[in-house]
Design a binder for this molecule. Structure first.
Ligand code: ADP
Length: 452
């Protein structure tokens, strides 16, 4: 071990050297577990290190689903989509700041990613539209359950089938390279124990940094003090570790807010509700934005309203299609009314104006919402949700250094990578990114260690 970044050689000598493995995967979210299953399937020996007590990261919180074009599910539901359309929507959403090669890889691999998850047992039999997509492309469980837990449980089952060790509460502190820039291992901690795990290849799948308020404020000062929808482990460790060994970072200032988060508790209200017909009104009871516009546009529109808040309105018909809504009731986030006027009074909005807004909405879009049953409202405001920037990779998921050369043996996948989403990520594209690039990373890391 000739070179230990950031920690120093003397200190490293005190660390115990534990056994070797072919590939270390840092992070047990959707990207890390996908990479682990693929690498192990191709014959490599893999260890997954996860810093939190439970696996899943932000992927476990994903309610919407996974975007894919040209799937059998879309065909069954007569959705006319194409790889080209998927690419165009992603570039438009990203304001053309995206890395085009990575966008092509994302779109081309998307249908295969959904098929692969279905083969692992994930129910993704329904498609609906998410903000910024021109057609129904977001694949989700047919029974209305949240997509993240369904996908994670299929991935976890696959890791068990292959007997892949996943070590939770193991925090990787540094990536080790030698004087020749070769990957040597990772420095990690488990409670009081510090150790080195030697390896030939590393896949960084540590997610983003939306829960690291210092880093967020550093790269986008106007977001200082915002609440976040992310789990507490989303602190950008992989980005910082990769940077220390010379990786090139891109688009770190591109940080997404999710428009519909509860002001207290920071609970994200799924975009699927708006996909099913829920509307946003301000304190005057008026609509002020196209509900399915991209997240930046909807977030900005809410910030421009009085008190920077809005109410998300829905009825039983909309709620029945989305199981996650039950948890909003359990958490007491929902205000109810037996009719529009009652609801308007409960949220301090002029009943006549609200009634007019809803009649106009139904008339303009030929909808039949808010006609019977109870009516509901959830107060929402934008919160930091996703970090689009991160480690630069090529379409083989190899990490690129500051001289635009690959760092041999170092791969990255999932939210930790930068460039796929450009200036703004479309709802449903995070899971596609995790699975598509996770699979490529697993495959290429496995070829890499075999051909060494
Ligand atoms: P993705 O969607 O890219 O898979 P997730 O947020 O779902 O991203 O998963 C990333 C996982 O990486 C999280 O479970 C997080 O706790 C884990 N992680 C982050 N930093 C470290 C670290 N230093 N060591 C080990 N695991 C980490």
């Amino acid at each position: 071990m000739e070179y230990i970044p950031s920690i120093g050689q003397n200190e490293c000598k005190r660390w115990s050297i534990v056994k070797k493995t072919d590939i270390v995967i840092i992070g047990a979210g959707a990207a890390g577990l996908t990479a682990a299953v693929e690498a192990e399937r191709l014959g490599a020996e893999v260890v997954v290190l996860e810093k939190m007590p439970k696996i899943g990261g932000n992927s476990l919180r994903a309610t919407g689903g996974i975007n894919a074009a040209n799937t059998s599910i879309q065909k069954k539901q007569q959705v006319c989509d194409s790889i080209e359309l998927f690419i165009q929507d992603t570039l438009k959403g990203g304001k053309n700041k995206n890395n085009i090669e990575l966008v092509k890889t994302l779109a081309k691999g998307s249908a295969d990613a959904v098929r692969w998850l279905q083969n692992l047992g994930a129910d993704l039999n329904k498609v609906s539209r998410a903000g910024g997509s021109r057609v129904s492309r977001t694949h989700k469980p047919g029974d209305g359950k949240a997509a993240g837990p369904v996908i994670l449980s299929a991935l976890l089952k696959a890791t068990r089938k292959y007997d892949i060790p996943i070590k939770t509460q193991n925090t990787v502190k540094a990536i080790l390279i030698d004087d020749f820039g070769k990957i040597r291992g990772v420095l990690s901690t488990e409670g009081e124990k510090h150790y080195v795990l030697n390896t030939k290849a590393i896949i960084i799948a540590t997610g983003g940094f939306a829960a690291n308020s210092d880093l967020v404020a550093k790269y986008k000062p106007e977001l200082a003090g915002y609440i976040t929808t992310n789990h507490s482990g989303a602190t950008g460790d992989g980005i910082l570790m990769a940077e220390k060994i010379g990786a090139k970072l891109v688009d770190l200032e591109q940080i997404q807010t999710h428009p519909t988060v509860t002001p207290t508790g920071g609970i994200m209200i799924t975009e699927s509700l708006r996909g099913e017909g829920a509307i946003l009104v301000n304190l005057k009871g008026k609509r002020f934005v196209r509900e399915l516009d991209t997240r930046d546009v909807v977030s900005q529109a809410i910030l421009e309203q009085e008190k920077s808040i809005a109410f998300l309105l829905f009825d039983d018909q909309i709620a029945d299609n989305i199981k996650t809504v039950k948890s909003y009731f359990k958490k007491n986030l929902v205000i109810e009314g037996n009719n529009i006027r009652e609801l308007a009074n409960s949220i301090n909005v002029n009943p006549d104006i609200l009634k007019y807004t809803i009649d106009e909405y139904n008339c303009n879009y030929n909808n039949k919402y808010f006609e019977k049953g109870k009516f509901y409202a959830i107060e929402v405001t934008p919160a930091i949700h996703h970090t689009m920037g991160g480690v630069m990779i090529n379409s083989k998921t190899e990490v690129i250094n500051k001289d635009n050369k690959i760092i041999k043996g170092l791969f990255a996948a999932g939210e930790v990578i930068g460039g796929v989403h450009g200036a703004e990520r479309l709802g449903g594209n995070a899971m596609t990114e995790a699975i598509v690039f996770g699979k490529i990373a697993g495959e290429n890391a496995s070829y890499f260690v075999k051909n060494k």
